[in-house]
Design a protein around this ligand. Structure first.
Ligand code: FES
Length: 153
């Protein structure tokens, strides 16, 4: 990673928004922002580590923990909650063997919850990655959806 990090820093250094660009590149290649790499960036770019942590926690595109290849969001907004959102999150947690906020050991999935994605008429709703929305879910249906993403890799 040392060589790659130096390349990444050299590519962006001196440009406006260089720090964000460096963090974006690391997030993309590593899947998250490892603490030891943030320490190296801090040292090399002469930016306080606290500032890097602030940026990493402020922007939702960054993660300080390893993330899965896919992020599965279960909506727990009011409409989805009323139509069984709690059952869905319980079923998905059991299937993946993780709690919301965690990532599977094989780094395939990160499980998250969110509050309403504006498709309440399809409740209960889940979303995979940025734009794949699935409605009228049951625990069984979601098993099939998870398997589909597993097969796709
Ligand atoms: S409450 Fe789930 S989409 Fe609106």
């Amino acid at each position: 990673m040392k060589e790659t990090l130096e390349k990444v820093i050299n590519k962006h250094e001196g440009k406006p928004g260089a720090i964000i660009s460096v963090l974006e590149d690391i997030q993309e290649t590593q899947g998250y922002l490892p603490k030891e790499i943030l320490e190296q960036i801090s040292e090399k770019m002469k930016v306080p580590l606290s500032q890097l942590f602030s940026m990493a926690t402020f922007y939702s595109a960054f993660s300080l923990k390893p993330r899965g290849k896919h992020t599965l969001y279960v909506c727990l907004g009011t409409a989805c909650h009323v139509r069984g959102g709690a059952r869905i999150i319980k079923g998905v947690s059991k299937q993946l063997g993780i709690k919301p906020g965690d990532t599977t050991e094989d780094r395939n999935f990160t499980l998250e919850t969110l509050r309403c994605i504006g498709c309440c008429s399809l409740a209960p709703v889940i979303k995979v990655d940025n734009d794949d929305v699935y409605g009228y879910n049951t625990v069984d249906k979601i098993h099939g959806i998870v398997d589909k993403y597993k097969e796709e890799g």
